[in-house]
Design a binder for this molecule. Structure first.
Ligand SMILES: [Zn+2]
Length: 545
């Protein structure tokens, strides 16, 4: 032992050893949950498990490498080892997840409460799994690569580790993507990245000063086409989920996924629309923010009003009905209804969730009874994966055989695509039902009605071995960013606002994006405000004065 310690070893080797150690002893719980999440241990899954282990080791290695300098590396490795050991204890002993809240309670409880958490068994555990390796790290005699070559060597090591883990990730993507998506808790179990993330989140909350809400479009008013108004207007904005344009037969897809919308007279289908992001949490706030994709800033969007606020300033009543996982802050100041949990006897719900038609429940009565002009946002569950087959009622299983599992490796690509196509078929029906409801309301309740539909982002279905969505925008394949968008207006609506349908129809193949939505909704409803940019308003050139 003494001999071993007195020999100089390369700092690189020490860092790799610690990465290996962190991946194993710090993560018993992570691996046991992971094995469970991929369907249990078996010989056939050995390559998957070994590959996943290699990814974690390589990522930790890349994460630790930047600390590999004299006077820095030892304290850093010791902090990581002790943090990992303590986190592992808490996860194991209390089943807690390491998140912002736990860090907060750690920092903000009084010493008596904190002392209760510490005990001899814990100290022993941390001493053995964190302290002992730390001691070895402290005693190690290290060699460091020198000068510019040394820097290049470190950078090369980080790049190689990241490249290798990316290759492994791509090879196992079909299995890993749905597993990680379905088991988000795994994120909080991976130690010590969970602790780093949690500490970061805690400090961010702690030190950032509350920012007052920035109002926009306070000047918004109804324009001249509202003058002499005799009928109320009802505008429905359908925010789709994970629907990709390529699988709509309206856009040329070989399977007939749009039988109902195809026969919808006067429907305008915009064929070339790009999303703002590749995930709901980016696209939804972005599309309502009025910022373009290039200028979009998540933090600014959180503290600034958006489209729905501007519509309110103009005197419209705005409602958000949600069958998804909330509105990501964009509906904070408008009426909100959550229809996603199976309530008492709703006819559109299965045991666990509700189909999108539930969004239309009670809408005719609401339209009849409201005294104001309405803008109603319907936030679909749409084609959310990986369990596509759960997104539509029995009557919509036209394409098949379908993959009924969230574990993609048990399904063929064709069966995954078939299940996905059935979700588009169901969305086709949902949109047609929405239009039917609005057409009926226009006839019976004497209102002018319209519907704008767009999806938040697309989906990969096995192209280049990619699945699901959320790829960094720069590298995202078009399957994830090319989204459907369509518009329907009652005759009364287009006449009132003097909208030239043929002019819009002629723009159907123009390149458009989520950037256009904010300005086009204001333009369509003839809302006058300084925040409306006519260059991004689809209707600007198509309104006759
Ligand atoms: Zn989404």
């Amino acid at each position: 032992m003494q001999n071993l310690l007195s020999r100089r070893i390369s700092a690189n080797l020490l860092v790799f050893s610690v990465a290996l150690l962190l991946a194993t002893i710090g993560n018993f719980n992570f691996w046991s949950d992971f094995v469970h999440a991929v369907g249990g241990f078996s010989l056939a899954r050995l390559p998957l498990l070994a590959g996943s282990f290699a990814i974690v080791v390589l990522l930790f290695y890349a994460l630790l490498m930047p600390f590999s300098f004299r006077f820095v590396v030892k304290p850093a490795l010791i902090v990581f080892l002790l943090t990992a050991s303590a986190s592992a204890w808490f996860i194991n002993e209390y089943g807690v997840v390491i998140d912002k809240a736990i860090i907060q309670s750690l920092f903000e409880t009084d010493t008596r409460e904190a002392a209760e958490l510490l005990n001899w068994r814990m100290l022993l555990f941390v001493a053995l799994t964190g302290g002992l390796p730390s001691l070895l790290v402290a005693r190690a005699q290290l060699r460091f690569p020198q000068g510019a070559r040394g820097l290049a060597q470190r950078a090369g090591t980080v790049a190689a580790a990241l490249a290798l883990s990316t290759v492994l990730l791509v090879l196992m993507f079909k299995t890993l993507a749905p597993t990680v998506r379905e088991h988000r808790e795994l994120r909080y179990l991976l130690t010590p990245t969970n602790a780093v993330q949690a500490l970061n989140g805690y400090l961010h909350n702690r030190w950032s000063t509350p920012v007052p809400l920035q109002q926009i479009g306070r000047d918004a008013v109804k324009g001249k086409h509202w003058a002499g108004q005799t009928k109320r207007t009802v505008t429905v904005i359908v925010v789709g989920e994970t629907a990709r344009a390529a699988n709509f037969s309206l856009n040329g897809y070989a399977r007939d996924t749009n039988p109902r919308l195809a026969s919808e007279q006067g429907l305008i289908n915009f064929a070339r629309v790009q999303s703002c992001g590749t995930a709901t949490a980016v696209s939804v706030p972005c599309v309502f923010s009025g910022m373009t994709r290039e200028r979009y800033d998540d933090t600014r969007a959180k503290h600034q009003e958006g489209l729905l606020d501007v519509l309110k300033h103009a005197g419209l009543r705005v409602l958000w009905r949600d069958n998804n996982s909330g509105c990501k802050g964009v509906c904070d100041r408008v009426e909100f209804v959550d229809v996603s949990s199976p309530g008492a006897g709703s006819r559109h719900c299965s045991e666990d969730e509700c189909y999108d038609e539930d969004l239309l429940e009670g809408l005719p009565a609401l339209i009849r009874q409201s005294k104001q002009d309405l803008v109603i946002v319907l936030h679909q569950k749409g084609s959310h994966g990986p369990a596509y087959a759960h997104r539509y009622p029995a009557g919509f299983g036209r394409f098949g055989p379908v993959c009924t599992s969230s574990e993609f490796e048990t399904c063929t690509r064709e069966s995954i695509v078939a299940a996905y196509d059935n979700t588009i078929l169901y969305t086709d029906s949902f949109l047609a039902e929405t239009i039917a409801l609005l057409r009926k309301a226009a006839g019976e309740s004497e209102v002018d009605t319209s519907m704008l539909y767009f999806s938040d982002h697309g989906e990969s279905l096995g192209e280049n071995n990619m699945y699901l969505h959320g790829a960094p925008y720069l590298f995202a394949p078009s399957e994830q960013t090319h989204v459907p968008m369509m518009l329907w207006m009652s005759d009364g609506f287009s006449q009132r606002f003097r909208i030239d349908r043929a002019c819009l129809q002629a723009r159907r193949d123009q390149p458009l994006s989520h950037d256009n939505v904010f300005h086009s909704v204001l333009g369509m409803l003839n809302v006058e405000t300084a925040v409306l940019n006519p260059k991004l308003d689809l209707f600007h050139a198509c309104v006759r004065n």
